[in-house]
Design a protein around this ligand. Structure first.
Ligand code: ZN
Length: 242
């Protein structure tokens, strides 16, 4: 079975459309969204509707959770907070209901899908180091845990009793006897100094995971953000990929 795994769309419609177009090339059986459909970007309703229609699984992210009033924005920076306020006002009742119904995690075919981290998913902890990963490997049993949240793609492998290591992508074969935490990066606001939209493809038959990058018209999204009065800092960072 082939999975397309996307995360952190952040209401960036142009990026989402290009990613979905590219995903068609891979003949995937399942489309999984790891959350943060909204927040930061200019098209929250459009992105919710597309994901609702196309995704087989969609996990809740911290921005989605905040947009429906379930996570405090206290720990958000001022730009994220301001964009979130705008998002909450704009989101339709139907899309809020869709977000409310999203699960915190889903497990199938020895794969775990979660937005931030498998240890208490709704605490929104980050996995930013091998030490963070080491703690988290003890909290799930599936072969692979797919995450988003940091907007930085990463492939981490773990063998029982050993310290985890980073694998060099973009394409990695997942071996028997190892488990993995894979961050699929961000569709709508990459932060690894590459502004191209990022997502992952995993084929369970060959056990091969690959990270994919797609360029899209960043200016389209930036113009829409400007028109809607979203913070300039958020507009500029899209082109920088950070
Ligand atoms: Zn995010």
């Amino acid at each position: 079975m082939t999975y397309a795994i996307i995360s952190d769309i952040h209401a960036n419609l142009a990026a989402l459309q290009h990613v979905l177009e590219r995903i068609q090339d891979f003949n995937c059986d399942r489309l999984v969204c790891l959350g943060d459909i909204v927040g930061y970007g200019p098209f929250p309703n459009e992105c919710c509707e597309i994901i609702q229609e196309k995704a087989d699984i969609c996990i809740i992210g911290n921005h989605d959770h905040a947009a429906i009033g379930r996570t405090s924005t206290e720990y958000f920076n001022k730009y994220a907070k301001s964009a979130l306020g705008w998002t909450t006002k704009k989101l339709s009742a139907k899309n809020k209901r869709y977000l409310q119904e999203r699960p915190a995690q889903v497990s199938e075919n020895d794969l775990l899908f979660v937005h931030a981290a498998p240890i208490e998913p709704l605490n929104w902890n980050y996995i930013l180091s091998l030490y963070d990963a080491d703690d988290n490997f003890r909290s799930f049993n599936e072969k692979v845990c797919f995450i988003g949240h940091s907007h930085v793609p990463a492939i981490i492998s773990y063998e029982d009793g050993e310290f985890p290591v980073y694998e060099q992508g973009p394409q990695v074969k997942l071996y028997n006897g190892f488990r993995y935490i894979i961050n699929v990066g961000s569709v709508g606001q990459p932060r690894d100094k590459n502004p191209d939209a990022c997502f992952g493809i995993y084929d369970t038959a060959s056990s091969v995971f690959q990270l994919e990058r797609v360029s899209y018209n960043i200016q389209d999204t930036q113009n829409a953000m400007q028109k809607k009065g979203l913070p300039i800092f958020l507009i500029e960072r899209l082109a920088l990929g950070r």
